[in-house]
Structure formats: C-alpha cells, structure tokens
Design a protein around this ligand. Structure first.
Ligand SMILES: NC(=O)c1ccc[n+]([C@@H]2O[C@H](COP(=O)([O-])OP(=O)(O)OC[C@H]3O[C@@H](n4cnc5c(N)ncnc54)[C@H](OP(=O)(O)O)[C@@H]3O)[C@@H](O)[C@H]2O)c1
Length: 297
C-alpha cells in the first residue's frame, strides 16, 4: 500500500498544528556555533521568508549561540503570527566555541532555562519545549521530566518534547507526563534511532528528525548527496522525478508517517523553498523500499 505523504499539518500534542516540514535555525550562528550570525539582516530575511513560504515550525535551542539564535528569531518574527510554533530546548551549556556541550538537568537550572528562553523569544508560553538530552547526571531523568511538567502546569510551556534519548527513556517519561514530540538524528543514512521513531509514532507523538538532509556524521561537513552506496540509489530516484536528492531524502521521511516532521536547516532561502518541494513528491512503493534497504548494513 502506498505510504501517505499528506496532510501538510500535524497536530502537535493533539491541538497545535505544525507544518510537516519545519525549519531548523541552528545554522544561523557564528563560527563554532558561538555568538550571533554574522549576517544578521540576511538571517532575519531568511526566517521571514520561511514563514512567508507557509512553514510555521521553527526549531532552535538556548545552547545555539548560546542564546543568539533565539534572539535572532525574536528579531525576525516578533510580533509573532498567531500560528507560529517555536520549538526550543534546554539542558545543555556550551562553555566555549565548538561542538562540546555539557548536559545539566537540575530543577533550578532547567527552570531558569525555560524562563530565560521565554524572555529571549518574547513568548509568554513556549509552544514546544524539549529537554535537549537525557544525558545529564546532576538530576535523575525522571526529575528532569517532572520539572518540565511543573513548568507546563505553571503555564510556561504548552507542550513538552524530548531530544536525544532512548525508546525506553521515552516510555519512562510518558509514564510521568504527556510527551508531544521527540527529536533525534534520523535520515536516509542514519537509522540508529529506529526504535525511538517507532515508539514515538506508535504513541501518537511527533517524531522530528534532525539533520534530515545532510548524510554525514553529525559535526562533519555537510554532504546532502551521500556517499557512493547511497548516491547510487538516491540519484536515479531523484532523476526519475526531476527532483533533488535533498527532496528525495525529505519525501522518504514524510512518507514514514504523518507525525514525522523533518526540520532541514539552511542559510539559503532558495534551498529552503526547494526543500519544500518534497511535500509534492510522492515516491513509488519500489522507491521507498529501495531507500528503506539503505538502512540495512
Ligand atoms: N536536538 C538536537 O540535538 C539537534 C542536533 C542537531 C541539529 N538539530 C536541529 O536540526 C536542524 C537540522 O540539522 P542540521 O542543520 O544539522 O542538518 P541538515 O538540515 O540535514 O543539513 C543542513 C545543511 O544542508 C545544507 N542544505 C540544506 N538544504 C539544501 C539543499 N536543498 N541543497 C544543498 N544543500 C542544502 C545546508 O547548507 P546551505 O546553508 O548551503 O543550504 C546545511 O549545510 C538544525 O538546524 C537544528 O535546529 C537538533
């Protein structure tokens, strides 16, 4: 049976319509993910262009910059259109430029994170707030989820999300409080989080694949066309549809389930608009199966 690529919105937490393709804002930063994006006005134009293109889901985190990414989103989008969905995350600190981050999860820290993200974004209530990882050891995972549940009950968070965790941890969290979304590394080349995806979708939550189009190891330079083993499968499929490989990668993700919401990043509006073409790309069952098989080593 052909897998469904519609509708174009998914109700996050059952009540918050989010576009099936979102925008990941993490690339709008200074070098080493440190400090403000050097092309501030271009970043503002890009974020406004994303919204104008009909996309309402924007993904950020307090550790992007730190803080400068949330501030750029505020500069670009406030006052916010009614339907904009801002997803941010807390629970990491970045002590210096570069990829290293330290997870922190104690209640005082997480509470301050949520209040400060709301202030930086200019939102009274954060639409979707993710715990950035399940890796902190200064508080139990259960206590961290509980802290976010308290903040939701206090009105600071509309829906809770979880990032970078296992399927078992998701089940533990769901026994504490409703979880609206899970985000993790997943794409045509990276399937380590398959159990997590399956568990998330079965629960009715959204699964938000990060790094959906770059087919390299996280942190490595971007490659959206993939290594030879992938390229030789993806390129003919793209050619058959007059599409690009990023569009095929996204269409394959969208076809998994209506609750799969990839968040491709780009510094270029033309790339973003092109990526949205995936919404109109229906892959055949044979093409989907050929890409499925790429996950088999
Ligand atoms: N929860 C987490 O721990 C976590 C971790 C990593 C990322 N994320 C989120 O996920 C988002 C996406 O992840 P990501 O930025 O790592 O990877 P990605 O979206 O897979 O790849 C982005 C890269 O692909 C390029 N690109 C995008 N569209 C393209 C196109 N049509 N043609 C050619 N190149 C294209 C971009 O370059 P150009 O600028 O040249 O287009 C950029 O270098 C991030 O922005 C962030 O919001 C979350």
């Amino acid at each position: 049976m052909p897998r469904n690529t519609s509708p174009r919105l998914f109700p996050l937490g059952g009540d918050l319509p989010a576009s099936r393709i979102g925008y990941g804002a993490m690339r709008l930063l200074g070098p080493g993910q440190w400090g403000p994006y050097p092309h501030h006005d271009d970043g503002v134009d890009l974020l406004r262009g994303v919204i104008d293109a009909g996309v309402n889901l924007i993904d950020t985190a307090d550790v992007y910059g730190p803080h400068s990414n949330e501030l750029l989103i505020h500069d670009a989008l406030a006052p916010y259109a009614r339907d904009v969905v801002i997803a941010t995350k807390g629970g990491f600190v970045r002590p210096r430029p570069g990829p290293h981050v330290t997870p922190i999860g104690n209640p005082d820290y997480l509470r301050q994170c949520v209040h400060m993200s709301a202030r930086r974004l200019g939102r009274e209530r954060i639409d979707l707030y993710y715990l950035h990882s399940a890796w902190a050891t200064d508080a139990s995972f259960e206590d961290q989820v509980g802290t976010l549940a308290e903040l939701r009950d206090e009105g600071l968070i509309r829906h809770i999300g979880l990032s970078n965790l296992t399927a078992d941890q998701l089940k533990t969290a769901q026994a504490i409080t409703p979880i609206a979304a899970v985000t993790a590394h997943y794409n045509v080349a990276a399937r380590a989080n398959q159990d997590l995806l399956d568990t998330t979708i079965a629960s009715g939550a959204a699964f938000v694949p990060w790094q959906p189009v770059s087919l390299t190891t996280p942190g490595d330079p971007t490659d959206t066309t993939g290594p030879a083993r992938l390229h030789q499968v993806l390129a003919p499929i793209a050619d058959a549809h007059g599409a690009t490989i990023p569009q095929v990668s996204l269409a394959w993700l969208l076809a998994i389930a209506p609750g799969v919401l990839p968040i491709p990043a780009t510094t270029r509006l033309d790339h973003f608009r092109a990526n949205l073409g995936a919404l109109d790309l229906t892959l055949t069952p044979q093409e989907l199966a050929a890409i499925d098989d790429l996950g088999t080593p």
